[in-house]
Design a binder for this molecule. Structure first.
Ligand code: SAM
Ligand code: SF4
Length: 490
């Protein structure tokens, strides 16, 4: 029939169909579908902040990877730029703002490029970020990672800005296992959020209330990771010691550790972060009883002054903290202890600061992460009187860091001549011809060796202790008990 009426009449017949909006949409969707398979969209992802953010970034790449996005290290060739942000302190927040500002020029050159901001700052600021940075296309909160493919597709189709920052009871991305093969150390989320409300801290308002993952799910994830080649797992939560709250049954953090200790193929277990108020005797004795649990605890104390600890709402005293350190060392004398500490909290007197220095001298930490207190909008300490001038905060931080530097150096030097089990992680950053790994106490060791050792636990004799790392030499003479130079599966 068409043949007899000629080409023009065919065009007349199908033209109205082609003009129909749903047909145009159908074609658009299918073109995108095939284009994404033939030429994947390139994503450039930059991460600020802690291990939780690093792990969220792994999850973002997993979610988008399943939708045919591929990563690029070249920002100029990216179709999508995502910035995963941190707002815990002023300094990282300023860094994020200047990064976002710099992206304006890039967007002017390539209007089709999508720029998105996620993480804690996105959660806190939401749509206000569009007013500050009109070149942004997307703002997504800490519980909204799973929505990324839909949000990006929507922006691509409509050109509209999108903002999603709603909280879920349990963030859907909490259970996601990033599919990284042969990763020697892997993060495992065991809980989300925090219920503690330390008065200086913004985390509870940007990460939501504390929720624990069921133990069976976590153990299944650890088994999958072991199967894919991971040798070490780092269990992540803002306060891992209170893991299990709200779950039915026998779930507790020490019980979870015992479960992970039984997973075949996993050789080392670490966790972060612990709150001193919830550090139970059961957890302390786990360092003696669980062979895979590394002899290292990160136990932030924040201040050595009882009145400041009270104002911080930390719910322990310096005496209580010191007593817990004694109990840890009594069951595990070789345990390495690291911590976080703040200087310049509102009202901190010279005497309070000296109490902090005194606590540092008493404990002799293996390392410390020390920060100047910064006022966080929405945290209760931001309303406290007697904010400390910046100059004093800087001076105190310098003094504190000098004290700790000496202790760390001395402790690292004391390692010289010792033989250590080292799990090899990869090439050394200092010298790509060498390899690096960590001792059980979490010290980085650089030493000559082949990349065939990556993922193996080897014996290294420590030759030199520096400020931030150790240098050693591989021992292949069976010098370690058990006659093993390379330890296989645990
Ligand atoms: N949940 C962990 C805990 O309780 O130890 C740590 C959470 S926070 C992301 C990491 C560290 O940032 C804290 O231990 C604290 O020392 C520091 N921090 C938090 N709020 C801060 C603020 N307003 N100013 C400076 N440092 C801060
Ligand atoms: Fe912040 Fe305190 Fe919660 Fe740690 S325990 S995340 S410092 S509120």
């Amino acid at each position: 029939m068409f043949a007899s009426r000629g080409i023009s009449s065919v065009r007349e017949t199908i033209q109205p169909v082609l003009e129909k909006p749903h047909f145009k949409r159908w074609v658009g969707v299918h073109l995108l579908f095939w284009r994404d398979r033939v030429t994947p969209r390139l994503i450039y992802l930059e991460t600020f902040g802690c291990q939780m953010n690093e792990h969220d970034s792994e999850k973002i790449l997993e979610i988008l990877g399943a939708k045919y996005y591929r990563t690029t290290g070249k920002i100029h060739e990216a179709d999508v730029i995502l910035i995963n942000t941190c707002t815990v302190r002023e300094k990282p927040e300023h860094k994020v703002y200047s990064t976002l500002g710099r992206l304006r020029k890039l967007k002017q050159k390539r209007r089709e490029m999508i720029i998105g901001v996620g993480g804690c700052l996105a959660q806190q600021e939401g749509e206000r970020l569009f007013a500050k940075f009109p070149h942004l296309d997307l703002v997504f909160g800490t519980h909204n990672l799973h929505l990324l493919p839909t949000l990006l597709a929507d922006i691509q189709r409509t050109g509209n800005q999108r903002c999603e920052t709603c909280f879920y009871d349990r963030a859907p991305s909490m259970d996601l296992v990033p599919l990284v093969e042969n990763k020697v150390r892997s993060y495992v989320t065991i809980m989300q959020g925090c219920d503690n409300f330390c008065s200086y801290c913004i985390v509870p308002s940007v990460r939501g209330p504390e929720r624990s993952r069921p133990m069976a799910e976590i153990l299944e994830e650890v088994r999958i990771l072991a199967h894919r080649g991971s040798k070490e797992v780092i269990l992540l939560g803002q306060n891992v010691n209170s893991y299990g709250k709200g779950l039915n049954g026998e779930a507790s953090f020490p019980a979870l550790l015992r479960g992970v200790n039984r997973v075949k193929g996993i050789e080392r277990i670490r966790f972060t972060t612990s709150h001193p108020k919830d550090l139970s005797q059961d957890l302390i004795t786990s360092f003696r009883d669980l062979p895979k649990l590394c002899e290292h605890i990160h136990l932030p104390f924040q201040s050595g002054s009882n009145s400041i600890l009270h104002l911080m709402n930390r719910v322990y005293t310096r005496e209580g903290y010191l007593a817990k350190i004694d109990r840890l060392r009594a069951v595990c004398p070789s345990i390495a202890i690291t911590a976080d500490v703040l200087v310049g909290f509102p009202g901190e007197s010279q005497k309070d600061f000296e109490d902090t220095l005194d606590l540092i001298e008493r404990v002799q930490f293996d390392n410390l992460f020390s920060f100047r207190y910064s006022k966080r909008k929405g945290s209760s300490a931001s309303d406290l009187p007697e904010q400390i001038p910046d100059e004093i905060k800087r001076e105190r931080l310098t003094v504190l860091q000098e004290v700790q530097k000496k202790i760390t150096r001395r402790k690292n030097r004391e390692m010289e001549g010792r033989r250590e089990w080292v799990l090899v992680e990869g090439r050394s950053q200092k010298n790509p011809m060498e390899i690096m790994g960590r001792t059980r106490s979490n010290r980085i060791v650089n030493f000559p060796g082949g990349i065939d050792l990556i993922g193996k636990t080897v014996v290294v004799k420590i030759e030199k202790g520096f400020a931030n790392s150790l240098r050693g030499v591989l021992r292949q003479d069976g010098a370690m008990p058990g006659d093993a130079q390379i330890i296989g599966q645990a």
